[in-house]
Write a protein that binds this ligand. Structure first.
Ligand code: ATP
Ligand code: MG
Length: 417
């Protein structure tokens, strides 16, 4: 089965917003065993929407349209699709009253322009939106299924698997092939090193391996297909084992795992607390940690100590140390880690100080010099690093390595290596 994707929105063709919906949908649909016939992006323009649709109709068994279901006049997806197929629009009273109720419940003023989102082409089947106001819909024309959903990525992430995929499965049948996908997430090796370590892996038939660098991580996606569920699971398990064996301590998680999520779950399980002191990362480490639900169970505090005075006042780093050794130095980093740990009475103190660039470097300490320190009940430890990226990437890499050092210290991997 071939599926065409039509992404609609002026912001997509002007480059203001990146079309992430199409790549997400293509990945999900490919994982179902379906082929993508094409991905087309057009602006909020009735004629171009119709032309795009006509093009995809010729090469697809199903088309998924995303975007332009909003209440304003520049959102014209529904009208254009109705026009393309010569259908009239009707107002779905049940959906209209549900929308009005929703607005009332959230204390939002009702505007009559919203009525537009309760209008659908005749014969359309509604696709429920569990996380937003605009429902989607599907139609069948000349044997082609057209499914239309909003453009908000969060809504697409729910409506594609919950509304669209089941519909396509029902119409076109299951692919009949068992597939399993596993993502193995590694950090600390370059893509080339990963590939080299895996070069002697005996892959065998029905297995595909893809390498996906996701700065600063490297992900390895294994797909196994064909045969019974048991066979596919066994083959996937065997390959996964082989990969993990070869990448060793560089593997930190699987599938939806994140570095911060892994660290969070270990700290929570062990009833341990963490305190963070950040200079060059400006709060990035604490931001990542607090993205994990339930982080209040272990995060005692995160302080941004950007100036020398803040390092002294908030963490007790002596001014003499900063003067003689520098704010970016091993001694300062260690004192930051032990300082924040002591003040917070936490089990672990984590601290970073560095020069993110592009300015501020000196001959002895060039841009990209970073010190990451960790203090726990066994003592303290510091690592000096030198990066060569732009400011943002230097910050991201610093945060990532800080979290990785914390992970390694928690799971008992030697952090001195
Ligand atoms: P709504 O009912 O919320 O208005 P909509 O279907 O009209 O939904 P749009 O107005 O087109 O959606 O877009 C809503 C948001 O989603 C915007 O912030 C837009 O930039 C973003 N968005 C739209 N299409 C895409 C896409 N293909 N990829 C990523 N983001 C998108
Ligand atoms: Mg739009």
């Amino acid at each position: 089965m071939k599926i065409g994707i039509l992404a609609i929105g002026d912001e997509l063709i002007s480059g203001m917003t990146q079309d992430t919906n199409s790549s997400f949908m293509a990945r999900e649909l490919s994982a179902e065993g379906w082929q993508i016939s094409g991905i087309l992006i057009v602006g909020d323009d009735g004629q171009l929407i119709e032309k795009g649709l006509a093009h995809l109709m010729g090469i697809s068994d199903a088309i998924i349209v995303t975007g332009g279901l909003g209440p304003t006049s520049d959102d014209m997806t529904t009208e254009s699709i109705a026009k393309a197929f010569g259908l009239t629009l009707y107002t779905d009273e049940a959906i209209l009253s549900r929308m009005k109720e929703g607005f009332r419940a959230f204390g939002l003023p009702w505007a009559d322009t919203n009525t537009k989102q309760a209008r659908f082409p005749e014969g359309a089947v509604i696709i429920d939106n569990p996380v937003g106001t605009a429902c989607g819909f599907s139609l069948e024309r000349g044997g082609v299924i057209i499914a239309v959903i909003p453009g908000v990525p969060r809504e697409v992430h729910r409506m594609l698997p919950e509304g669209v995929v089941p519909l396509l499965r029902k119409t076109f049948g299951e692919t009949g092939e068992t597939r399993r996908r596993r993502t193995i997430k590694s950090f600390g090796l370059t893509e080339a090193e990963v590939a080299k370590r895996l070069s002697d892996l005996d892959i065998g038939p029905g297995i595909e391996i893809g390498f996906y660098p996701r700065f600063p991580e490297n992900h390895i996606v294994v797909t196994a297909r064909g045969g019974s569920e048991k066979e596919v699971d066994e083959r996937l398990g065997r390959i996964e084992e082989g990969i993990v064996e070869r990448l060793g301590k560089y593997v930190f998680g699987y599938d939806d795992d994140t570095m911060e999520g892994i660290v969070a779950s270990i700290l929570t399980k062990r009833n341990m607390t963490l305190a963070v002191a950040e200079s060059c990362t400006g709060g990035l480490i604490t931001d990542r940690i607090t993205n994990v639900p339930g982080s209040s169970a272990f995060l005692e505090r995160g302080v941004v100590v950007y100036s020398n005075r803040a390092k002294t006042e908030l963490l007790g780093v002596p001014p003499e140390v900063i003067e003689t050794e520098g704010a970016v130095s091993e001694t300062t980093a260690l004192l930051m880690a032990t300082g924040v740990r002591d003040l917070a009475k936490a089990d672990v103190g984590l601290a970073v100080t560095g020069i993110a660039g592009p300015t501020g470097g000196t001959e002895g300490k060039p841009v990209g010099t970073v010190f990451i320190a960790l203090a726990n009940d066994t003592g303290s430890f510091c690592r000096e690093l030198h990066f060569r990226w732009d400011r943002r990437r230097n910050k991201e890499m610093t945060a990532q390595i800080a979290l990785e050092l914390l992970r390694r210290s928690l799971v008992g991997i030697d952090i001195h290596g």
